[in-house]
Design a protein around this ligand. Structure first.
Ligand code: GLV
Ligand code: MN
Ligand code: MN
Length: 413
């Protein structure tokens, strides 16, 4: 059985990695041609497994293995297949392919679940297109409503409405597809760790208890566009040094608040962006995360105060928008215990830990019992072309998922 799981997982990873818009790493932005190809491939695999396939208006895909007892709540598992710019082959993909491979394996064993098993592929987990992460799961759980979605624009100014229309989807039908928590037994997502802890500790499986959540902001500092050669230093209103000061303030604040706090400026644009012109304005993203809302809010508030002081001391102005403000999620405690026991039975070393990265499980946890499992990431690298997880770990993760499905979905009488 292990050899077959190994070959199938390798095959999935190899094929999905070809759906990319860049040669270096995997770039698969939601609603792009590559994303559509990858979705088509996954749907074909779902079809081969005789799952009932549906897709909602935001692009979430569901592959259902029907259970024998329709009165039982369904079990959900899955993740996402979109990838950030020059990302890796494993982020998100692992949760989808391990779920499909688990079903393949259980079917081969001649098993038939009592409750429905739903493999979900969430749309747009990465914030690459609209600056908001977990878009598919947020829409599904009613956290982003239609009116808000109508204001979404990508970096080329195209609205989500236009983009969905091109894909044959209707933004107006989005609210009708909300998930029904009362019909869901639980959700389990398998993901790569994306950090160094498991590898360093020589652990097979990470069992997450809390997922840190981000606040994502966009800040613009306005100065005065002038000639770079003829404007004396003390007569400038240059927004760039102010942005640099803001970056240093963010670093200092996150380090001082708590060891679980992180802050990142991942995108900055200087306008007009010419070497011999003092910029008119500088725009940058800010991503602040923590495992508690109190600490996260403290950093956000302090940073905004700092930006106010920095800009005022330099005679500049600024504006900001908060694009998302998510709440850290606790994973289901019962699920954590069950997963610990399963790992022990399988002879795998497990470790209960936080997740610094967010996942669709963070969003689902607000309304259903949700759990998140990690497999180790080589050198802790992720969101990079060198992202790698050894096949042995992928097999172990899949086996935990298989056994979890067995305990949750079969012989419920
Ligand atoms: C997810 O991709 C994250 O940025 O945590
Ligand atoms: Mn990611
Ligand atoms: Mn991911």
């Amino acid at each position: 059985m292990t050899a077959e799981i190994e070959n199938n997982l390798k095959d999935y990873i190899k094929t999905l990695s070809t759906y990319t818009s860049t040669e270096e790493g995997v770039t698969r932005v939601v609603y792009s041609e590559e994303d559509e190809h990858a979705k088509h491939y996954i749907k074909q695999k779902m079809f081969d497994l005789q799952l009932e396939i549906t897709e909602d208006e935001i692009g979430n895909i569901f592959g259902i293995w029907k259970g024998t007892n329709p009165s039982l709540k369904s079990f959900w598992t899955g993740s996402h297949i979109d990838a950030p710019t020059h990302g890796g082959k494993y982020d998100g993909v692992v949760g989808v392919i391990s779920a499909l491979e688990a079903i393949h394996h259980l079917k081969q064993e001649g098993m038939q679940p009592e409750r429905d098993i739903v493999v979900v592929v969430f749309a747009a987990e990465e914030p690459t297109k609209f600056g908001i992460g977990c878009l598919g799961s947020k829409v599904l759980t009613g956290k982003v409503e239609k009116e808000e979605l109508k204001n979404f624009r990508d970096s080329n100014g195209h609205s989500l409405d236009e983009i969905l229309k091109k894909a044959g989807k209707k933004i107006d039908e989005i609210p009708y597809q909300k998930l029904q928590p009362e019909r869901i037994h639980s959700f389990l997502e398998l993901h790569i760790e994306q950090g160094p802890i498991l590898e360093r500790k020589n652990i097979d499986i990470g069992i997450v208890d809390v997922i840190a959540a981000p606040t994502e902001m966009n800040v613009i500092i306005y100065g005065e566009q002038r000639h770079a050669g003829s404007t004396p230093m003390d007569e400038r209103k240059d927004p760039y040094p102010a942005a640099a000061e803001a970056a240093l303030a963010l670093e200092e604040l996150t380090k001082s608040v708590s060891s679980s706090s992180v802050g990142t400026i991942g995108n900055i644009s200087v306008t007009p962006g010419t070497s011999n012109v003092i910029p008119s304005h500088v725009e940058f993203s800010v991503d602040i995360r923590d495992t508690t809302t109190v600490k996260k809010d403290k950093i956000v508030t302090c940073l905004l105060e700092k930006i106010r002081d920095i800009t005022s001391a330099r005679g500049l102005t600024y504006s900001y928008t908060i694009q998302s403000n998510d709440t850290p999620s606790k994973m289901d405690e019962q699920g954590v215990e069950k997963l610990k026991n399963l790992c022990e039975k399988l002879g795998y070393k497990s470790y209960v830990m936080n997740s610094g990265a967010y996942h669709d499980a963070m969003v689902l946890a607000s309304c259903v019992r949700a759990n998140l499992l990690f497999v180790p990431s080589y050198k802790g690298i992720s969101h990079a072309p060198s992202e790698h997880t050894d096949i042995i770990h992928l097999i172990k993760g899949t086996k935990v998922l298989i056994d979890y499905m067995k305990t949750e979905c079969f012989n419920q009488a």
